[in-house]
Design a protein around this ligand. Structure first.
Ligand code: DC
Length: 227
């Protein structure tokens, strides 16, 4: 692949708060278009998991940034491998998610992950989901979606997902954690969660995943250059 095709490959960014359904929707849109997907939250979660496993202090920004810089990660057929070990499930743990939200507030960690995220851009296109995909990582994306949903709807979805996986979950605790995480992600100084100026806001509280995917595909039909 030439650097030109990487630079000009189109990107659809899907940003939004935790458990807004970004991951499912990003995969659905990418599958429909035959594009690649970047789950940028997974990189923050991997950084958090690797830092927890190395007993690095929560506030050791430079050490955590060094972990992010050196992450040995592979995304293979839907699995996520950290140093060759399958951590697909381990990074979804709520503790890892909360730590990810904390390490993501460190500018040095965000800087360490920037080039790695941009390297996912390749022809024929990329669907990138996260918090700052449209504002910082791919500011030239031709379509930016800001996906929102009521915090109650999101907590209920997350609760159901966990219970379906056989993991005990408590709605009240999830709601509290989710509100804290939303506050941290939106109020941090470095690349806070916010819609890009040119983003389309989509509320999925009362939409199924399929309806949300279809809405984004319709948006793409509006903005895609005619082939
Ligand atoms: O999308 P997620 O829940 O897997 O993300 C985990 C944490 O990572 C989230 O609380 C904030 C952080 N994150 C971020 O700061 N920027 C991104 N582009 C993606 C995730």
């Amino acid at each position: 692949m030439s650097s030109t095709s990487a630079t000009f490959a189109p990107v659809i960014t899907i940003d939004g708060p935790t458990a807004s359904g970004k991951g499912t929707v990003a995969h659905g849109v990418a599958t429909a278009l035959g594009w690649a997907v970047l789950d940028s939250g997974a990189l923050y979660r991997l950084t958090a998991l690797a830092s927890i496993e190395r007993n690095i202090a929560d506030d050791a920004q430079d050490e955590i940034a060094a972990v992010a810089e050196a992450l040995d990660v592979r995304f293979e057929h839907g699995a996520i491998l950290l140093e060759g070990r399958d951590v697909t499930e381990a990074i979804r743990d709520e503790r890892v998610g909360n730590t990810a939200s904390c390490v993501a507030a460190f500018p040095a960690v965000r800087a360490a992950l920037l080039a790695r995220q941009r390297a996912f851009r390749q022809a024929p296109g990329l669907v990138a989901d996260g918090r700052d995909m449209g504002t910082v990582v791919f500011p030239d994306a031709p379509l930016k979606v800001f996906l929102v949903a009521d915090v109650e709807a999101r907590a209920q979805r997350r609760c159901k997902q966990l219970i379906d996986k056989g993991i005990p979950a408590n709605l009240t605790d999830l709601l509290r954690d989710m509100r804290e995480r939303d506050a941290r992600d939106t109020q941090r100084a470095a690349a806070p969660l916010k819609p890009a100026q040119d983003a389309r806001q989509l509320d999925s509280s009362n939409l199924t995943a399929e309806q949300t995917i279809q809405t984004i595909l319709d948006y793409w039909r509006d903005v895609a250059p005619a082939s």
